[in-house]
Design a binder for this molecule. Structure first.
Ligand code: FE2
Ligand code: FE2
Length: 170
């Protein structure tokens, strides 16, 4: 039911299809010095995602838990992950941190990112791209790995369409 696909070197997509609602939920795992899990998946998927991560690295080593916006399929299992991984810190936009995540979601203070800021996990470095309201929610942002040009995004079909209409930066 849960599939693991290496989409870039040491960067894995973990996907679980839920037939009852005909939807697939995906998380991205970066295997690096400071492992990054981008999106936790729904709280009820936690055992499946944890076991998938455990097939690639010790899940208690997860250092960063990134997500684009506050929604259950993006960060519903954040507390479960932070209970399992003692140094796991949420990574989200500064707006998300200040408005929601530090207040009532995370077990410990999140790292709030601003547009263009970098998160380094070891051999990989991710640029935070603030994308308010894309695909939705004002606190939304994405992570972009520039070496292999891998975009860590959410609600992907919506995001792909909407980013193609984003005005070019000057
Ligand atoms: Fe979502
Ligand atoms: Fe969403």
């Amino acid at each position: 039911m849960t599939q693991i696909t290496e989409v870039a070197p040491d960067l894995y997509r973990i996907s679980t299809y839920i037939p009852e609602i005909d939807l697939q939920f995906s998380q991205l795992l970066v295997r690096d010095d400071e492992p990054l899990l981008f999106h936790t998946g729904l709280k009820k998927l936690f055992p499946l995602v944890r076991d998938a991560v455990a097939s690639l690295l010790d899940p208690s080593r997860v250092r960063w838990i990134g997500f684009s916006h506050l929604e259950a399929d993006e960060c519903g299992a954040l507390q479960e992950w932070q209970a399992l991984a003692p140094t796991a810190t949420a990574v989200c936009s500064l707006v998300g941190k200040l408005v929601s995540i530090d207040d009532c979601v995370a077990l410990r203070p999140a790292r709030g990112m601003t547009d263009g800021e970098f998160l380094t996990t070891g051999k990989y470095r991710f640029r935070f791209v603030q994308t308010p309201h894309v695909p939705h929610c004002w606190e939304t942002g994405l992570l972009f790995e520039e070496t292999n040009r891998t975009l860590l995004c959410s609600d992907s079909s919506t995001t792909t369409v909407m980013l193609s209409h984003r005005p070019a930066r000057t």
